[in-house]
Design a protein. Structure first.
Length: 763
């Protein structure tokens, strides 16, 4: 039953992302939570309750939409329990939900903090919809926060865009594999990027593509969001009329989703753009509809006395009934009832178009015995091609379908054009009416009515009433067909998600088993990596220099490298950084270390040949391994008080005995190793005089780019200042001061890159 609880808790999550009506989502979530409670599974219960509370917040059932406090969950009380229990799944869900809510309701400060906390708990989360939504809303939040906060610097904004770009690379890969679920997310983030970069033409295209993709698949809630963001874009651009159109679409999409809190939020923030809409929404529907009907039929009904008033009241009631139905079967039943009651018919049929076919979907008729109660017998969703029906004048219906014009016959059985139709001839049909149902120029079907008791049953006033009914019916049928398509797609998508969830769970189990095996292998690789670093005895054997090193990988196996070698009185110091982390990067680091030591032993001193041969070795191995890795590497040769620097890496720091700081740029001294087979033309050498007491520091970017919780880098200037301040101490003490200062800067933030440095000082 444990796995049943897991599947049920994930369903509470997937229901929300599937764009189903929120009211029905909440009802299903409540039912699922009741099921989980029977099995006393707190892990699954908290997870499910979080997603139900998020749904309740969107429904407007919480006093404050930004906080998960309500009838299902109370973050103030339950968060400490989740932290104590180390319930990573639920903690991740809390902050993904709070990030989404904060973003949707414009609290970008709260959203950026929730994004940070969601990232903290994301490490143990499998690739599911919550993880994907984290990526989606985190990118939107980064853009919104950094470009809506005046105090943010341009540098910080660029860093935020860099983080978004990194996330987009992943999202694009996932979207390539599953465009129906993710393409619109990728395009909407790209639209927001284009907006803040001032690329208005590109933004226009991307917003529309995101809207179209979200609508097609369909993801109603993200279609609404795309409309809203497009409206904000056009408002900022000064194009208010266009913005109003997009905002209106957003308003209706959120309303269809059932997000009452978001609808209220739009009304509060954009009353001037929604004025006509809000006026129309709040005006009693009867007033508007009565006025419309009166204008439409008054010429035809003049002089008819009280009959027209009765028709007005009836049609008003009928139109309101039709407008409320979205379930196709109930709509068809309602339409047949209304049409027969208001048109003076005794029998009717509704035919819908399916491609180039006409399909009988509903019939209705009064009983033949006129003494019986006038109860209309209705049958719906018959789905019979009209050619197979014996209860319709097929040729006449095809004629109306082709001409798209209403046909009224007062004595059908004597009409020269249609009297020969077998159905009309057999039943001696007297009054007959057939009218097309058209919405925005698109033919949806036909309404057929007949009265076999009287002639001229379908008078002019009845015809006008039916035209109005047909107009309302066309809108309602279109909506109902869309709703049915949506329900089918949601059911299909829910089944797909359930299957995907089962596959992901199986994959996750297999990954855990693989991880246990790989963990042991990585531990061996890590030990091997540490073993090949220069030891204390080797460093102390160098007469003119005091040298210490430090390397701490961020992962089990790092991609950083340093080495110190002495051969025939010459000292060679190397430091490098392989892109990425993990086993591949660690293997490349060991390859480089082996090649460097081999070249040193061979007596190769020419920097061009040294780095060219090293590059060729790494390039050939990388091509064979089919991996996209590269390595920056600086090589420092020392002899008789002179340093010879070659290779491309981070800037070299030299702090003189008097405190003067020199930074040697290596950009023109080499080329990344492993990218190209030939790099000899890029290699150069710089010479540096090293005096007694001078300090030299080599490092990787894990030091200078180490981030604190505010995403601020440690920086090269701070590193230089620490070295300058402690230049009179031993290299070992200087190393300790640097590492301590870097760790103080990082604080409790996660370390994302390896930390490596070499400190040397001339005796």
């Amino acid at each position: 039953m444990e796995y049943v609880c897991y599947a049920t808790m994930y369903e509470c999550n997937y229901l929300l992302w599937s764009s189903q009506d929120l009211a029905s989502v909440e009802q299903k979530q409540e039912k699922y939570i009741d099921s989980i409670q029977k099995y006393n599974n707190d892990f699954s219960l908290y997870y499910a309750k979080i997603w139900r509370q998020i749904t309740l917040n969107l429904l407007g059932e919480s006093p404050e939409p930004l906080y998960l406090i309500g009838q299902s969950f109370n973050e103030t009380e339950i968060l400490p329990r989740l932290i104590e229990a180390n319930n990573m799944q639920s903690l991740h869900s809390v902050y993904v939900g709070k990030m989404m809510l904060s973003y949707l309701f414009g609290d970008y400060v709260g959203a950026i903090e929730a994004a940070r906390l969601a990232e903290t708990y994301a490490g143990s989360i499998i690739l599911n919809f919550g993880f994907l939504e984290q990526h989606f809303y985190a990118s939107l939040t980064q853009i919104a926060y950094h470009f809506n906060t005046p105090s943010i610097s341009e540098g910080e904004r660029q860093e935020a865009l860099n983080r978004v770009n990194q996330s987009q690379e992943k999202l694009k890969t996932w979207a390539n594999h599953c465009p129906s679920n993710l393409q619109h997310k990728y395009e909407l983030i790209e639209a927001e990027k284009a907006r803040v970069l001032g690329q208005n033409v590109e933004a226009m295209e991307l917003y529309d593509r995101a809207i179209a993709s979200a609508k097609e698949n369909p993801f109603l809630h993200e279609e609404a969001l795309a409309h809203e963001l497009a409206a904000k874009f056009y408002l900022t651009w000064g194009k208010t009329t266009i913005a109003q159109t997009y905002l209106t679409n957003a308003y209706y999409a959120y309303a269809r989703w059932g997000a009452k809190a978001k609808v209220t939020d739009l009304e509060r923030h954009y009353p001037e753009l929604l004025t006509s809409l809000l006026t129309r929404e709040t005006k009693p529907i009867g007033d508007t509809l009565t006025a419309t009907i009166a204008r439409s039929i008054s010429p035809s009904l003049s002089g008819l006395g009280n009959a027209s008033v009765l028709d007005l009241a009836a049609i008003l009631k009928a139109s309101q009934a039709l407008s409320k139905e979205v379930q196709l079967d109930r709509l068809l039943s309602c339409l047949m009832q209304v049409a027969i009651e208001n048109a003076g018919a005794r029998k009717g049929a509704l035919i819908l178009r399916a491609g180039d076919k006409l399909i009988l979907e509903a019939t209705g008729a009064l009983p033949e015995d006129r003494n019986r109660e006038k109860t209309i017998e209705i049958n719906v969703l018959q789905s019979v091609p009209i050619e197979q029906s014996t209860e319709l004048p097929v040729n006449l219906i095809n004629y109306v379908s082709r001409t798209a014009k209403t046909l009224v016959l007062d004595r059908a059985y004597t009409d020269p054009q249609f009297a020969a139709e077998s159905y009309i001839l057999q039943h001696q049909i007297k009054s007959l009416l057939c009218t097309p149902i058209i919405h925005q120029g698109k033919p949806l079907g036909l309404l057929y009515l007949e009265n076999n008791l009287v002639t001229k049953a379908f008078t002019t006033d009845r015809l006008e009433v039916l035209k109005l009914l047909s107009a309302q019916a066309a809108i309602s049928i279109e909506n109902a067909l869309l709703y049915r398509t949506l329900e089918e797609k949601v059911a299909e998508r829910t089944a797909q998600l359930a299957t995907a969830n089962a596959e992901v769970s199986a994959l996750n189990k297999r990954l855990k088993e693989d991880n246990l095996r790989m963990s042991a292998e990585l531990d061996i690789a890590k030990q091997l990596q540490q073993m090949v670093l220069p030891n204390a005895e080797e460093l102390e054997a160098i007469e003119e220099l005091e040298i210490v090193g430090f390397m701490e990988p961020a992962d089990e196996v790092g991609g950083d490298y340093y080495d110190v070698l002495q051969h025939n009185g010459k000292v060679k110091i190397a430091i490098g950084d392989v892109t990425g982390h993990g086993l591949e990067s660690g293997v490349l680091m060991i390859m480089a270390q082996t090649a460097v030591r081999t070249l040193q032993k061979s007596g190769e001193t020419d920097p061009v040949k040294f780095l060219d041969v090293l590059n060729q070795t790494l390039y050939d191995n990388l091509q064979r391994l089919k991996t996209n890795k590269e390595m920056t590497l600086a090589v420092l040769d020392y002899q008789d008080g002179m340093l010879y620097l070659s290779g491309q890496h981070e800037e070299l720091i030299v702090v003189r005995g008097d405190g003067t700081i020199e930074r040697i740029d290596t950009i023109d001294l080499g080329f990344p190793l492993g990218l190209d087979s030939e790099i000899a033309n890029f290699i150069a050498q710089a010479q540096i005089q090293l005096n007694s007491g001078d300090v030299v520091v080599l490092y990787t970017d894990g030091i200078t780019e180490a981030e604190n919780r505010d995403r601020a880098h440690y920086g090269l200037e701070r590193l230089c200042e620490v070295v300058r301040e402690h230049r009179h101490q031993s290299p070992g003490d200087i190393r300790t001061e640097i590492v301590t200062d870097v760790r103080q800067h990082i604080g409790e933030n996660k370390v994302f890159d390896d930390l490596t440095l070499v400190v040397l000082k001339r005796k």
